[in-house]
Design a protein around this ligand. Structure first.
Ligand code: ADP
Length: 469
């Protein structure tokens, strides 16, 4: 099959979170199954020089967007069996970061329109167009609007994946023509509760909608997890699929990871202790192998359950452990943890910001990986942690519930809770109890490091879906 995978970020060229990881690894797994896969993403100025210097120019054309007529360059890079295309427009993408600009709506409307224009300009002859999250949600909408009645496109099917329903791309309806270049007749497709809602448009227009875990697929049909779109999701449930994410097991391999000084594997765990000691020292904590290191890595937003950690923090500090956190996000959380580091300098280590190399050293050095999310579409961090033999302690929602099974309930790979801060502490105490029994802990973390979280299984599920379409 010829598959075009469109995303606003794709590792290793750009990444701010899980979407970048998925857009990096899933296309490669599909290519390994023998498909012809192209990934298209914006050409950000943050792309590392080692890739930028090897880009080849493919084409340029103009993209119409409302009254605008914008330049669009296309560059190419072949990497691990996948053709990566980058949409170039310096006005939109030559900036310091990936998101967070007042005109993000216009930037990604441009990107989506440019992708749809590129399909005919480069005569890509596709079978599947796979768009992801609100930034590319206009692709299935534009596709229906521009090409659905084109006989040459009769066999092209569109798939839309929701990586996180919290972000829907909502805009004032008056920009329908000006920003998205669509006539008033298109309003019912995109309008929802007084907004233009791009994710709603994609859910309605795509031939299939997927989300990144079976549990999250069920959850988003309920008001608690639907972020207002549960009705729309439910009424399209006939074309909704939950497919769990994998991780890039080649990149996240403690045996070969160049970012960690002492490599190890499920078969030979001896160096894990040296990674732990190095991590403790890096954070200025006592390098004592008997003290459990509890770590968190992630965006510092309410959805990641940080309020539970803050609420229970004094109690957590009452346990014999060290707490290490790497994160970026809301300042109220970083302020809190800075204060706690001041109060417990021997027990708390924090690093505020985004640091991919440090994240790997934390996964490698941690004993327990804490992820108490309030909602979690899939979650990659807990799977990466397990691959690096850090045992997850998670709040059992969405993909966390699909990937972590509680040891207390029989054969498990981690510790789970469902409620609030008290339940978190309860699960933590259980985990610390198991940690105290060396043999049990060693067996558990060895088991975790050997779990298969590769993309092989998920890629087969996507393949099955594509064929069914
Ligand atoms: P989300 O996509 O909601 O951010 P995931 O668990 O699915 O959460 O994916 C997060 C990814 O981003 C993981 O690879 C994690 O290691 C990485 N990450 C998150 N925050 C940071 C940070 N501050 N520094 C480095 N890597 C981070």
């Amino acid at each position: 099959m010829k598959i075009l995978f469109a995303a606003s970020e794709a590792a290793p060229f750009s990444k701010t979170g899980g979407l970048g990881d998925v857009a990096g690894a899933l296309p490669q797994a599909l290519a390994a199954l023998g498909h012809n896969v192209t990934v298209v993403s914006p050409l950000y100025s943050t792309m590392e020089e080692q890739y930028r210097s090897k880009l080849n120019f493919v084409a340029n054309f103009n993209t119409k967007l409302g009254w605008r007529n914008q330049y669009c360059g296309v560059f190419e890079y072949l990497y691990r069996g996948v053709r990566y295309l980058f949409i170039d427009n310096e006005f939109y993408f030559k900036r310091g970061g990936v998101y967070g600009y007042g005109d993000d709506g216009e930037r990604f409307a441009f990107f989506s329109k440019a992708v749809v224009t590129m399909i005919t300009h480069l005569d890509l002859q596709l079978n599947i167009i796979h768009a992801n999250d609100w930034q590319t949600a206009m692709i299935p909408v534009y596709f229906n609007y521009l090409y659905r009645n084109n006989p040459a496109m009769a066999d092209v099917k569109t798939v839309f994946t929701i990586h996180n329903l919290e972000y829907q791309g909502k805009f004032n309806p008056y920009v329908l023509g000006d920003l998205f270049g669509l006539p008033d007749g298109a309003l019912p497709i995109l309008e929802y509760r007084g907004d233009l809602n791009l994710v709603k448009g994609a859910v309605v227009c795509a031939d299939a909608v997927t989300t990144v875990s079976p549990s999250y697929a069920r959850e988003i049909m309920t008001p608690q997890f639907g972020f207002g779109l549960d009705n729309i999701i439910s009424s399209n449930s006939g074309k909704l699929y939950g497919i769990i994410n994998g991780i890039d097991t080649e990149s996240y391999d403690p045996q070969t990871d160049p970012e960690i000084r002492y490599n190890f594997s499920a078969a030979n765990m001896r160096n894990k202790a040296r990674c732990k000691a190095a991590l403790q020292s890096e954070f200025g904590l006592e390098a004592d192998k008997n003290i459990p290191v509890v770590a968190m890595v992630g965006r510092m937003v309410p959805a990641k359950g940080l309020d539970l950690v803050c609420e229970g923090f004094e109690n957590i500090m009452g346990r014999d452990l060290q707490f290490i956190l790497l994160g970026s996000g809301e300042s109220r959380y970083s302020d809190f943890f800075e204060t706690m580091r001041g109060r417990y300098p021997q027990k708390v280590g924090i690093w505020i910001g985004f640091n991919a190399a440090l994240a790997r050293r934390i996964y490698a050095g941690a004993d327990i990986f804490l992820m108490p999310s309030l909602h979690e579409p899939c979650g990659l961090a807990q799977m990466i942690a397990m691959r690096y033999a850090a045992v997850p302690l998670v709040r059992s929602v969405g993909g966390l519930g699909d990937t972590v099974a509680d040891c207390r309930l029989g054969e498990g790979n981690g510790f789970c809770f469902t409620g609030g801060a008290e339940d978190l502490l309860d699960a933590l105490d259980t985990a610390l109890g198991v940690y105290g029994s060396r043999t049990d802990w060693n067996m558990l973390r060895k088991y975790d490091a050997g779990c298969d979280f590769s993309w092989n299984g998920p890629a087969l599920s996507y393949q099955k879906l594509y064929y069914s379409l």
